[in-house]
Structures are given as structure tokens and as C-alpha cells.
Design a protein around this ligand. Structure first.
Ligand SMILES: Cc1cc2nc3c(=O)[nH]c(=O)nc-3n(C[C@H](O)[C@H](O)[C@H](O)COP(=O)(O)OP(=O)(O)OC[C@H]3O[C@@H](n4cnc5c(N)ncnc54)[C@H](O)[C@@H]3O)c2cc1C
Length: 382
């Protein structure tokens, strides 16, 4: 192990969009951080494997708190990421005639409460009104996760004086000593170890949150996890258009940012496996010893990932379009989606930043929505 113990103001564990945004925010305030990322590259998990919906609140008729938080951050996120936002597509929400948890009246009242547009559309040539109780024209944007990831990689390159990125590394142990965190890292490329010191630590590892909380001997957060598949399709008839069916075992089709491809998800078929353990524990990990509940790998290239449900997802979404509309499968990406167990019933997705140790400080960011990257500014003190 190298004898020199480097000192930082903040050690940030997790190089997704939340960890990177926190580092950039701290750099603006003159603070030195080190981002520790277990993969060989940054931004390979939930920050790119998602539906790219810039939430305005529509999605959460059962969680007004999440709906309001989404809308709060939307304007700032849009302004800060303008070149990567698709704000030009037609976006529809609809209520299925069968098995919906929400009916048209409830949905309209909810939108009215949030003051977000929801105009009934009585005729549209692309849709199948035999299945739709009501179709609404709404305003919702999509961000481009791949372009945003590239933007943040470039941002980091401009702040190398303040931010060090330590890729392909693992936290081996951590200890509070004299008001600082002393953390031992192993660098997986070389098999060497180094010790670092930081005044504060931010855990931004999302699905990996509790593994890091355990290493730092702080409280765990109650999580559940799902191996999720985001399918990507194209359609000759449906171009820059999105449809989300509320609110039950339904699905959603959205432009994936500016890519020209549509992302497709379904409550019934996107989530392949569920783990109710605090550390994501799945039977497929037995086939891939690299991926462990306390040290998760990237799902998309994993040979043990579940078989794609794209046919079922396409079959489901086609019910809501007229018979001429075709969808062609392009590819799928997989990742672990984690949720707070407390939101099991209301389906809310708040972003929660908890202070799990006071002196020295340890924060755990558990991110519900990409546009809530700014929440860190409200909680982290230096
Ligand atoms: C299927 C799906 C659909 C979604 N749809 C949307 C949507 O439409 N709109 C929206 O706003 N949000 C959506 N979300 C939520 C959003 O994607 C997440 O809230 C957000 O990406 C979390 O970002 P993050 O930086 O916290 O996590 P991540 O991007 O997962 O980054 C965490 C990083 O920590 C690293 N890490 C993990 N463990 C360790 C460790 N032990 N040591 C070092 N590094 C570690 C990981 O390798 C990873 O790079 C969706 C999420 C999923 C999964």
C-alpha cells in the first residue's frame, strides 16, 4: 500500500449522474473531491438505462409529493441541459378502459391540482379508442441520457484540479478517525491499495447504497430492487411521439431523448426479478461470480441477464394503437432499479438524501428521478 494518504474535502462513492453532479457542485465551491467508481467507466448504470422521461408529475397520481418534486426541478434541469432535451414531441397520457387504478376524472383532477396540461383528445388517427377510456394531450419532455452522460464526462475533464476520478476501484474498509474518514481503496486494475482521507463522504451508489452503508457502519436504508429491462423500438408510423397508459400493469413509450429511437417499458414485463433484501440479491448472480449483492456488475452485457420480454412489451403497447401501427425491436438495456420500500404502495419516487453519520459526515443520496440532482445543494453542508 502506498504510504502517502491523500486528503480530500469529500469522498464520493459512485460515478453516476448524482455522484458527478455533487462533485461538480462542490468543485464550484472550491472543494476537492475524489469520485470512486467500481466500473471501468462512469455512467453505465441507471443514469443511462432509464426511460429518459423528464417528469412533470403526470406519472404519480398516487404520490403527490413525488409529482410536486418532479415539477420543482424540471425547469432548472431543462435550462441546464437544453441541447439534450427533446421538448418537441407529441406526448399523450391515456386511461385504459380495463383494470386502471385511476379513472379519467381522478386523472383530470390530479392534473388540475398540479396545474399541468391535460387536454382530452377525442380523435386521433393513430390510436385505438376501443381500449382507451380517455386520451390526453400533455406536455412532457425527454432528456437524452447518452448525450448527458457525455456532457458530464466532459465537465469532469474541465475540473481535474478539484475532482479526481478513481475508476475500477473498491472500498475495502472505512473508519472514522479524528473527525475524518480514513478509507482504504483497492485499485482493481493493478491489484494495489491506497488510503485516502476525507472530511465528508457521499454515498451515491444507488442500487449499491446499502453495501457502502455497511462498510461505513452506518444505518441501512430500506430498499427493494428489480432487474429491469428497457426495450428500444422504432416505428414507421410513430416517430416523435410518446404514450403512457395510467395507472396499473401498463406501459409507456417515449422518445429516448434525441436518438430517434423509442424506449418501451411495461409495469408487467420490464421488471424481471425482484429482491426484497437490502442488498440486491438475485439468482442470476450464481452464474456470474463477478456480480455480488455487495458489488454489483453492469447487467446489459451480463450473460446471465434475463431473456428479453420485448415481444410481450410490444404486444401490450400495440393494443392502444390502430392496427396499421408497427413496432420493430432494436435492442434492450438492463439495469437494477432500486426503490424505497416505503413507496411500495404509493409508487412514489422521491430523492432522499440522508445524513447517516454526523461527525464525520456521511450522506447517502438515494435518487428517485434524474432531474432531482439539485437536491444535493439543499442538504450537503461544508
Ligand atoms: C428502468 C429505470 C427507468 C427509470 N426511468 C426514469 C425516468 O424516466 N426519468 C427519471 O428521471 N428517472 C428514471 N429512473 C431513475 C433514475 O435513472 C435514477 O434515479 C438515477 O439514474 C440514479 O442515478 P445515480 O447516479 O444515483 O445511480 P447510477 O447511475 O446507478 O450510478 C451509481 C454508480 O455507483 C457505482 N457503484 C455502485 N456500487 C459501488 C461501489 N461499491 N463502489 C463504487 N462505485 C459503486 C455504480 O457502478 C454506478 O456507476 C429510472 C431508473 C430505472 C432503473
Amino acid at each position: 500500500m502506498s504510504n502517502k494518504r491523500e486528503q480530500y474535502d469529500f469522498l464520493i462513492i459512485g460515478g453516476g449522474i448524482f455522484g458527478i453532479y455533487a462533485a461538480l457542485y462542490l468543485a464550484k465551491h472550491g472543494l476537492r473531491t475524489c469520485i470512486v467508481e467500481k466500473e471501468k467507466e462512469l455512467l453505465k448504470k441507471a443514469s443511462i438505462v432509464n426511460q429518459a422521461r423528464l417528469h412533470s408529475g403526470y406519472h404519480y397520481p398516487r404520490s403527490v409529493a413525488t409529482a410536486l418534486m418532479s415539477d420543482d426541478n424540471k425547469a432548472r434541469f431543462t435550462a441546464d441541459h437544453q441541447p439534450f432535451i427533446n421538448s418537441e414531441f407529441e406526448k399523450y397520457y391515456a386511461i385504459d378502459r380495463f383494470g386502471s387504478f385511476t379513472d379519467s376524472l381522478q386523472f383530470e383532477r390530479f392534473c388540475e391540482y398540479l396545474k399541468i396540461q391535460c387536454k382530452p383528445v377525442l380523435r386521433h388517427p393513430l390510436f385505438n379508442y376501443h381500449r382507451l377510456e380517455t386520451l390526453y394531450s400533455t406536455i412532457e419532455y425527454s432528456f437524452d441520457p447518452i448525450l448527458i452522460a457525455e456532457y458530464y464526462r466532459q465537465q469532469l475533464k474541465q475540473h481535474t484540479d478539484k475532482i479526481e476520478v478513481q475508476l475500477y476501484s473498491r472500498v475495502e474498509q472505512a473508519e472514522a478517525r479524528g473527525g475524518q474518514w480514513v478509507v482504504e481503496l483497492s485499485l482493481l486494475e493493478t491489484g494495489t491499495r491506497r488510503e485516502v482521507e476525507a472530511r465528508q463522504v457521499i454515498n451515491a451508489t444507488y442500487a449499491g447504497s446499502n453495501a457502502i452503508n455497511r462498510l461505513f457502519k452506518v444505518a441501512e436504508i430500506d430498499l427493494m430492487h428489480e432487474i429491469s429491462e428497457m426495450a428500444f423500438v422504432t416505428s414507421p408510423q410513430v416517430k416523435n411521439l410518446g404514450l403512457t397508459i395510467m395507472d396499473g400493469q401498463f406501459g409507456s413509450l417515449m422518445p429516448y431523448g434525441l436518438s430517434g429511437i423509442l424506449s418501451l417499458s411495461s409495469v408487467a414485463y420490464t421488471h424481471h426479478k425482484v429482491s426484497y433484501d437490502n442488498l440486491p440479491t438475485f439468482d442470476c448472480q450464481e452464474e456470474n461470480p463477478e456480480c455480488r449483492p455487495d458489488f454489483l456488475s453492469i447487467c446489459s452485457p451480463c450473460p446471465a441477464r434475463p431473456r428479453s420480454n420485448y415481444r410481450k412489451m410490444i404486444g401490450q403497447i400495440k393494443h392502444y394503437f390502430n392496427e396499421e401501427v408497427e413496432f420493430h425491436y432494436f435492442s434492450s438495456m438492463y439495469t437494477i432499479k432500486s426503490k424505497l420500500k416505503a413507496n411500495y404502495i404509493d409508487d412514489g419516487r422521491p430523492t432522499e438524501i440522508s445524513i447517516l453519520n454526523e461527525n464525520p459526515r456521511f450522506y447517502c443520496i438515494f435518487a428517485g428521478k434524474i432531474n432531482s440532482i439539485y437536491e444535493v445543494e439543499k442538504v450537503v453542508k461544508f
